[in-house]
Ligand binder design. Structure first.
Ligand SMILES: [Zn+2]
Length: 304
């Protein structure tokens, strides 16, 4: 058994390994989580094979937990941005003991959000900040801030006064939490390529919303997303280009006749009329009704 100092060092090493391993990607496969990491020649799996809570023997506290989401985005995010994490069932009550210890000892853990079967988006430095004995839930905090730290701030410094402010603050919090998951899921679905020009560099790609997330229908689902390079994302947002409900790129008429350098010519004008590349899975293809909404806004705003 390692003493608590070495345990902390191994945990830190695991976090660093994960960050390096992720690099410019946002996700990691189950196989890599199971077999990829070793410490001084000893393999340490970073994900449980059965339960949601992962307690490797060498640690006194939980190492990781897996999202209990019934559907992709429906984890139990509270209005204050914290996640509620159900206890393991009675039969395996022992699993909760080490997570409770992570809470008491303020030990950071890993939260593994499943974005597809076998594909996870990890968050490191997640803290257990509460243990709700009555409702049998742990409360997880994603803000990567040690509660001991002076910089630790409650989500709202001053309580929002009006209903509107409160609603807005809640929306902002949830949006911030879901953004990395949305990005990971969209880039994965599009095989890390711009749907328009096929540029294949994750660092130059965004997960664009078809209908903005400020809109009621702007849900963080892959079907409301498009993987786009920075230029095409901005061009779409600024209505220089539109995408029709049948997945065709429509370039603003004035822009089509403008004469400028190679970026305008090859990057935008030549994209007029092409069909965008979309994921194969039916539930991941861009939702045609959402495109209809966004295309109508392009037609209304583009400089005809
Ligand atoms: Zn592009």
């Amino acid at each position: 058994m390692y003493d608590f100092v070495e345990q902390a060092l191994i945990r830190l090493d695991i976090f660093q390994w994960l960050e390096l391993r992720l690099g410019e990607h946002e996700w990691i496969t189950k196989d890599e989580l199971l077999n990829g990491y070793s410490y001084k020649g000893i393999r340490i799996p970073l994900i449980p094979t059965q339960q949601g809570i992962h307690n490797p023997q060498i640690f006194n506290e939980t190492l990781s937990v897996v999202s209990t989401a019934r559907s992709k985005y429906e984890d139990s995010t509270r209005d204050d941005g914290m996640i509620e994490y159900d206890y393991e069932s009675q039969s395996v009550e022992g699993y909760n003991t080490k997570l409770r210890r992570a809470y008491v000892n303020k030990t950071p853990i890993i939260y593994l959000k499943q974005i597809k079967p076998g594909i996870y988006q990890p968050s490191i430095n997640v803290y257990v900040i509460g243990d709700d004995l009555i409702n049998k839930k742990f409360i997880l905090d994603f803000r990567s801030t040690n509660p001991e730290n002076d910089e630790f701030q409650p989500e709202f410094k001053t309580l929002p006064s009006t209903e509107f402010e409160k609603k807005y603050a809640i929306q902002q919090t949830k949006r911030r939490l879901h953004q990395p998951q949305f990005r990971a899921a969209v880039l994965y679905a599009y095989e890390e390529k711009c749907a328009i020009c096929r540029l294949k560099h994750p660092k130059l790609l965004d997960a664009a919303h078809i209908v903005p997330d400020s809109h009621e229908l702007g849900v963080p689902k892959v079907s409301n997303g498009l993987a786009l390079c920075k230029i095409h994302h901005a061009a779409l947002d600024q209505k220089f280009i539109g995408i029709t409900p049948d997945y065709t790129v429509d370039v603003d008429k004035d822009l089509l006749t403008e004469v400028d350098g190679p970026m305008l010519k090859h990057g935008i004008q030549e994209m007029n009329g092409i069909t965008i590349q979309v994921p194969k899975a039916k539930d991941e293809k861009p939702d045609r009704r959402l495109l209809e909404l966004s295309y109508a806004s392009f037609l209304a705003n583009s400089r005809k």
